[in-house]
Design a protein around this ligand. Structure first.
Ligand SMILES: [Zn+2]
Ligand SMILES: [Zn+2]
Length: 344
């Protein structure tokens, strides 16, 4: 079979590797599609660590092709993957926060991921129920969004976004726009997207943003949308430090600010601490998602037709290296590698 391998920052290549066979408890997944995440690009740029020689890709969907002895599931079942391997015993695991387990390993970084014809799902991951059934009628590149959508649901839940509650999203890239789509689905509003790129602001408007504004116009527009109060919830969906003080300024008293995007190593910024004390603005981060949100996400992806607008770039496995180039060149929004006939 063919697989994309990450060798070192700046070097990935599609190579021929031996056909894998599942061992006891393992599941062989024939990959249908794998999304390329901004964090995969950060690995490529040397900003985030991954094992040398690993197959990247943690946003995986496919069908069960073979089962090792005693493995759960049935051949032919279509699933999306929660790519997190955890100990199952620590306090985080017990509380459902498998994403916070200190011995967490993730497919696509520590273990082979999904940018390949097949991926062997480790026995522990299969046993934990991390192969989540998903409607086979949903296109593969949409099913590959179960992981990123779960991350967004974690963000929106942590921000306490509810029907009719105003939301500001700083950053109109793919993850910011998935925030917009999911929050609208949940009935939140008005929703303002802050984004310097005019084309992306246009997409945000088409996807139903009440306002899509450049950063320099954000404070005035936000005040107008919220009757001068500011937003109860602000998601920072861009890994740029100066976005954080802006997000803090957009928040109302008692508002919540979630640092959803990862930042370059060592990123720091000065903040007005009295917004935290006197105005009781809560600032926190979310990364990945607790396991139950994967199930919610797997049910939801098929109900969000607007997600079609997010996966703008699709590549065959042979073209997988170009998917990185497109992201680095900020071409389109999200990229997915679709195995077999494109988009099928
Ligand atoms: Zn991701
Ligand atoms: Zn654990």
């Amino acid at each position: 079979m063919k697989a994309l391998r990450f060798f070192e920052p700046g070097r990935v290549a599609v190579v021929e590797v031996p056909d894998p066979a599942p061992g006891p408890g393992e599941v062989l997944l024939r990959v249908h599609a794998t999304g390329l995440c901004n964090s995969d690009v950060r690995v490529y740029q040397g900003e985030k660590k991954a094992a040398a020689g690993v197959v990247p890709g943690h946003e995986i969907t496919g069908e069960i092709a073979a089962l090792g002895a005693g493995a759960p599931g049935s051949v032919g079942e279509v699933v999306s993957v929660c790519p997190i391997l955890c100990c199952g015993r620590c306090s985080f695991c017990r509380e459902g926060y498998r994403n916070r387990c200190p011995s967490r390993k993730t497919l696509g970084y520590d273990l082979d991921g999904g940018i390949a014809d097949y991926v062997v799902i480790p026995a522990a991951l299969a046993a934990m129920g991390h192969l989540i059934p998903v409607d086979p009628a949903t296109p593969p590149y949409i099913r590959a969004l179960v992981e990123p959508l779960a991350c967004v649901l974690n963000s929106l839940e942590s921000l306490d976004v509810r029907p009719a509650s105003p939301l500001a999203i700083v950053g109109g890239g793919p993850m910011g726009l998935i925030h917009l789509i999911a929050a609208r689905f949940m009935g939140a509003g008005p929703i303002m997207v802050v984004e310097p790129d005019a084309a992306r602001r246009g997409v945000a408007k088409e996807l139903g943003a009440s306002a899509a504004v450049a950063p320099e116009d954000a404070l005035a527009a936000g005040r107008e949308l919220t009757g001068g109060e500011g937003f109860p919830a602000v998601a920072v969906a861009v890994g740029l430090a100066p976005a954080v003080p802006l997000a803090l300024d957009l928040a109302r008293r008692l508002g919540r600010v979630n640092l959803f995007a990862g930042f370059p190593p060592g990123a720091s910024h000065t903040l007005d601490l009295n917004r935290v004390h006197y105005d009781e603005v809560r600032i926190f981060g979310t990364q990945n998602a607790p396991f139950p949100l994967y199930w919610r996400s797997a049910r939801m992806v098929g109900e969000l037709p607007l997600l079609e607008r997010i996966v703008t770039n699709r590549y065959t496995l042979a073209e997988a290296a170009s998917a990185y180039a497109a992201r680095l060149g900020h071409e389109g929004l999200k990229s997915a590698v679709v195995m077999g006939p494109r988009g099928s």
